[in-house]
Design a protein around this ligand. Structure first.
Ligand code: ZN
Length: 321
């Protein structure tokens, strides 16, 4: 309630402003083979390679971003490439699966046929699971009404079948209930097994499943973190809210294409809160996103070295044009 003085009222107004996360911003995984990764996610699945850059903290490693035509929040799937990295083991304390919306059950049929001989798939009435060559699982789920949402416009994928956005991630936890109060204070709403965040337009689910006790290991084919979308103007408020939830977070980190806060939720899963803006068109024209190697300003002086060291990744749509 407002206090009796103007000062108290402003304090109340500032601290009571309700902020919400609105779905997934991006998911970041690890691959041991960038060119093959681009061939699969860009070529076979038809996502657009929207940015070819390097890891901010380890500029000798590629950071590849895929998404819809502009890499909008909710469609950005990113990979750190560590050439020759050992396969990891997805499990406890990790996101283990990413669910994407597609327009219809017929799209599942199309993808199942399309992927024959190119990836392992498993079809149920409700979804199609796809394993990439490193064991990372993508689940396609028909969502009525998503047909009008933007997609990558890949020449090899008809619009009716194109993946739209990430609607859910599943993670494994030893004791999922340990995360309840933190998820609650971050504004996630419980709905059965899932925790929901966002509104009708941009929302996503976080599914915490009990782990079978097997040890997880980071490596190729595993997911490094999930980033939830925060409005640019809310980002500062999130720092305070995370602290109130009793979590240790990083300060706001400049990632050029967005700004980020990182922390682990109690199940051990690395969360990031990332701003919608400014997006991927800040250092390339929208029609040529992802074609050239873009370097963060602080690593630009390494360009000649990196261009020699990094294995070139051609435009994954080239063979289909
Ligand atoms: Zn991230």
């Amino acid at each position: 309630m407002p206090g009796s003085t103007i000062g108290e009222w402003f304090l109340w107004a500032a601290t009571s402003r309700v902020v919400h996360l609105h779905g997934i911003h991006h998911v970041t995984a690890i691959t041991g083979d960038g060119p093959r990764n681009a061939e699969f996610y860009g070529g076979v699945l038809g996502l657009r390679l929207v940015k070819k850059t390097v890891n901010f903290d380890d500029p000798g490693a590629y950071h590849l971003y895929y998404g819809d035509a502009t890499g909008s929040p909710g469609t950005a799937l990113t990979f750190f490439e560590y050439p020759g990295a050992r396969l990891g083991r997805a499990g406890e304390g990790m996101v283990t699966r990413i669910d994407w919306s597609v327009p219809s059950p017929a799209a599942l049929d199309w993808w199942e046929q399309q992927l024959a001989g190119k990836a392992t798939t498993e079809r149920s009435a409700e979804y199609l699971d796809i394993w990439d060559h490193e064991g990372l699982i993508t689940r396609l789920v028909p969502v009525a009404g998503c047909e009008s949402e933007p997609h990558a416009n890949a020449p090899q994928v008809p619009s009716a079948n194109a993946m739209r956005r990430m609607i859910s991630v599943a993670a494994h936890a030893r004791a999922p209930d340990d995360s309840m109060s933190v998820l609650d204070s971050l504004g996630f709403r419980r709905a059965g097994e899932a925790w929901l965040t966002g509104d009708g337009v941009r929302s996503a689910a976080y599914r915490l499943e009990s782990s079978d006790g097997s040890i997880s290991a980071s490596g190729a084919g595993t997911i490094h973190h999930v980033a939830w979308a925060s409005r640019d103007e809310d980002h500062q408020d999130w720092l305070a809210r995370i602290a109130r939830a009793g979590l240790q977070a990083t300060p706001i980190v400049e990632r050029d294409y967005f700004r980020s806060i990182y922390f682990r939720e109690p199940s051990g899963v690395l969360f990031e809160l990332a701003t919608d803006g400014p997006g991927f068109a800040i250092d390339e024209e929208p029609d040529v996103l992802g074609l050239a190697l873009c370097l963060p300003r602080q690593h630009e002086h390494l360009r000649a070295f990196l261009e020699q060291r990094l294995v070139p990744i051609p435009d994954p749509w080239e063979p289909y044009r």
